[in-house]
Design a binder for this molecule. Structure first.
Ligand code: HEM
Length: 472
């Protein structure tokens, strides 16, 4: 058996890891094979680089557990309390549950998300129309109402993130004013700034309050459907699951949206060709293959010693599956490149096996609409920086951008292609006057893109991001 703790390991997160990740994985593969011991922020872990090995680990939840109680070094108190990844792991939510507890929570979640994910359901159809409308509102807004037709914008801060905050508000069924505060707090948490700790406390309190409200007055939203699926779930546990929904929707879906735009504009994986051919689902898959939003997954721990790659891994060792590395595994990548042998849907960006993302279809359709609206509304869209100079986030788990600066030219085309028909009892959007559209969740702005005095903090913040459009 190989003792992970005593092996000489190189730091995985080098200063250029974000832009040289594929080369770093190739170097590790050459040196160790499909599994490599690495140093993750001072803690030794096994990194799974092979596609088949990744699938084998992800599919077998009898042998591979997710709860931190299986982590030997953690149980023995050898992980420092201030280890930077701990806050992301010490969360009491489904992705870290095992066995029956996992199955119960997951079944409730699958039932709760189905109304929004199954395209034949009214809530799913309404959501698609709403996302289209939100996307159009944001595009009009960032382009200053279209007055200048061309300009510079940050598609991350001014489009992807606010779009996903608005969608999250709808999925969670927040009342208007409350949702506004919560969206701002999600923003603060994700930016991990000085006010993040206070924001996460407020956010968890707001989510618990939301659960209590939905217990009393259920609506057409994920918390109410989760309560209906499992009325015995505690308020605290449900708040944690909702926290996972918020982070996944705002951060991961927003990240995939931006990564897809980058792949269409700069990639050589066929993302642009599939978008031109109207196959936007394929475009999203190609982007998820090229740059999975979760480039590494949170740890799994074997319950007994197990052979993987060239090593015997001891019970309780942390094992990190890397979708990004698995996608560049030559055996898998060659199959994808030949197109016929492996479908682009075989990517691991949403994981695989019993913990595979239950929001996969929802996430993909949000990204597809978001990307489609951008490329329909802008006749020209190009990065203002070369791809490797974009501000990639430094994160052991998420591969995304801090901002996505583009130069755009707005088209004269129609604003929305999907008809919107609000369905009772939820009527999230009302048309107050022909000039002023009011989006119930977030505030108000005029159809020429100017901000009305009654605007919310959310739209004021977006207004602060706007650059004045070019004259031409
Ligand atoms: C592009 C966006 C998304 C990506 C890349 C993504 C990725 C993933 C991955 C890789 C996992 C598995 C983690 C593991 O096996 O360790 C996962 C699990 C999960 N995701 Fe997503 N996700 C996305 C969007 C969403 C959305 C929109 C929701 C909810 C509406 C969601 C809810 C969940 C939940 C509840 C789990 C835990 C499932 C379980 O443990 O059984 N995700 N996601």
């Amino acid at each position: 058996m190989t003792q992970l703790e005593t092996m000489p390991v190189e730091p995985l997160l080098t200063h250029d890891y974000e832009i040289r990740r594929a080369e770093i994985h190739d170097e590790l593969r050459e040196r160790y094979g499909v599994v490599a011991p690495v140093d993750l922020l001072g803690t030794p872990v096994w990194l799974v680089l092979g596609y088949d090995e990744a699938l084998a680990v992800l599919r077998d939840d009898n042998r591979w557990k997710k709860s931190l109680t299986y982590w030997r070094a953690y149980a023995e108190g050898r992980i420092p309390a201030d280890w930077p990844l701990l806050p992301a792991l010490e969360c009491d939510m489904m992705v870290f549950f095992d066995d029956q507890r996992h199955r119960t929570a997951r079944a409730a979640f699958e039932r709760a998300v189905r109304p929004f994910q199954d395209p034949s359901r009214p809530s799913a159809r309404q959501l698609r129309a709403l996302i289209t409308q939100y996307a159009d509102e944001l595009i009009t807004f960032l382009a200053g109402g279209g007055a200048g037709r061309s300009g510079i914008a940050d598609l991350c801060g001014q489009y992807a993130r606010p779009l996903l905050l608005m969608v999250t508000n709808r999925l969670l069924g927040f009342a208007d004013a409350k949702g506004d505060e919560v969206t701002m707090d999600v923003w603060r948490v994700l930016d991990a700034g000085p006010d993040a700790a206070a924001a996460i406390e407020r956010l968890m309190a707001a989510l618990q309050e939301l659960v209590l409200e939905k217990r009393a007055l259920p609506g057409d939203d994920i918390p109410s459907y989760m309560l209906a699926a499992d009325p015995s779930v505690s308020t605290e546990e449900l708040a944690w699951e909702l926290y996972l929904v918020v982070c996944s929707t705002v951060d991961l879906v927003g990240t995939l949206l931006c990564n897809t735009v980058v792949e269409v504009l700069t990639g050589d994986t066929g993302a642009r060709a599939s978008l031109s051919a109207g196959m936007v689902g394929e475009t999203v898959n190609r982007a998820a293959l090229a740059n999975p939003p979760m480039h590494n997954l949170t740890f799994r721990f074997p319950v007994t010693a197990v052979s993987l790659g060239g090593f015997v891994i001891a019970a309780g060792d942390p094992v990190m599956v890397s979708p990004a590395a698995a996608h560049t595994d030559p055996l898998f990548a060659q199959g994808i490149a030949r197109n016929a042998t492996v479908s682009s849907r075989a990517h691991l960006a949403f994981g695989a096996g019993p913990h595979q993302c239950p929001g996969r279809d929802l996430a993909s359709s949000i990204v597809a609409i978001g990307v489609q609206r951008l490329f329909e509304r802008f006749t020209d869209l190009r990065l203002t920086l070369p791809k490797d100079q974009l501000p990639w986030r430094t994160s052991p788990l998420v591969s995304g951008l801090r901002s996505l600066p583009v130069r755009y030219v707005l088209s004269d085309g129609p604003v929305s292609t999907v008809p919107f028909t609000p369905s009772a009892p939820v009527a999230p959007v009302v048309h107050a006057t022909p000039e002023v559209r009011v989006t119930a969740e977030v505030g108000a702005f005029a159809s020429d893109g100017s901000v009305k005095p009654a605007r919310s903090a959310f739209w004021r913040m977006l207004d602060g991001f706007r650059r004045r459009p070019d004259a031409g």
